[in-house]
Design a protein around this ligand. Sequence first.
Ligand code: FDA
Length: 392
Amino acid sequence: MEQFDVVVIGAGAAGMMCAAEAGKRGRSVLILDHAAKPGEKIRISGGGRCNFTNLHASPANYISQNPGFCISALRRYTQADFTALVERYGIAYHEKTLGQLFCDGSSRQIVDLLLDEMKQAGVALRLRTSVTQVERRGDGFFLTLTDGTAQCRSLVVATGGKSIPKMGATSFGYDLARQFGLNVVETRPALVPLTLEPTMLERLAPLAGVSVEAVVACGKTKFAEAMLFTHRGLSGPAILQISSYWREGAEIAVSMLPGVNLFEELRAARAANGRQALQTALSAFLPKRLAQLIAETQRGPANLADCSDKVLRRIDEAVNHWRFKPAGSEGYRTAEVTLGGVDTRELDSRTMEAKSVPGLYLIGEVVDVTGWLGGYNFQWAWSSGWCAGQAA
Ligand code: FDA
């Protein structure tokens, strides 16, 4: 039987941050993971460069049934705190767009930073180890592991969400929360590409690979970012963002030329040169393949002079007021995160400790706090992990 002050389950972003912080406070800490390597999602994140935080991270960038819950943690450990840590390790980084900070080099540097922090704090890391059973014993916890047993005063659950099961995502954290009587807010894939009905997909098939700067809206929520047509439907940052707000049966509205009155532009082009092909006129505003498809879909005459105001208005509608109902999403297979999770009303917002189970902490993505695309999810992992690390 091994005894620790703190056992952290899940050596991902939140778990490693928490373990290092608890270790720095002189706690004996064991962090374990069933995977063969720690921080695999960090490694693959941001296209291999890890979008590790966002300059503008604030509670407004997070979705939760309890929107005020994240305020305390985000204030106690900020994006500036994590960026300072990155700088201390001499890791070069840059702002890509919209406040998103990426490593100049490999995301592996962030994993190494966390491993080094844990090593300096004397944290024991054990990989390829699963927890088969957790029992409350006295004021601590008794863990049955695949390779032995362990006892601890504080148990931290940092097992992440359900996305990318082939990388080892499990529902362990949710199941454990339920075992201890905590409510779990229904989970669903988020930051995920959306799929289209077969007929629409077939019509849009020639556009696979085409990207436009768009405003994509669902209800009152909208995002102005790139949208990408794919072989399965729609993706790109704008679609991933809106997917977190979309529900089955709801309509998505897309403007592919935001701020441009295409009707007036085409009218002016028609007045200036009526013999210009509609497709050519559209190509001045849109990627060629998209311009071609829109022109063909109108089935009307090919020259601007032959296009009535009615036709031009229809084109403006198709480009700037495209409304459709997605068939669904690509699901956890490709989702970047999981919406929902352990109900934050069950947790202390300062420490992440379960109110009804002293000594049990839940941090990171397993909790019902989901960030937008753009470094917000790692910031939540760092902030919630740091807070639990000060208390566990
Ligand atoms: P995380 O998933 O990092 O860690 C959980 C750990 O628990 C894993 O190591 C897992 O193996 C382990 N585990 C699970 N079940 C277990 C069990 N039963 N027993 C033992 N161990 C178990 N975010 C962002 O801010 N910027 C970005 O650039 C990206 N990019 C990105 C790309 C892709 C492809 C994905 C899928 C996701 C992102 N994200 C992102 C999201 C980000 O990766 C995610 O929000 C954080 O990794 C969550 O951190 P956690 O520590 O909570 O979970």
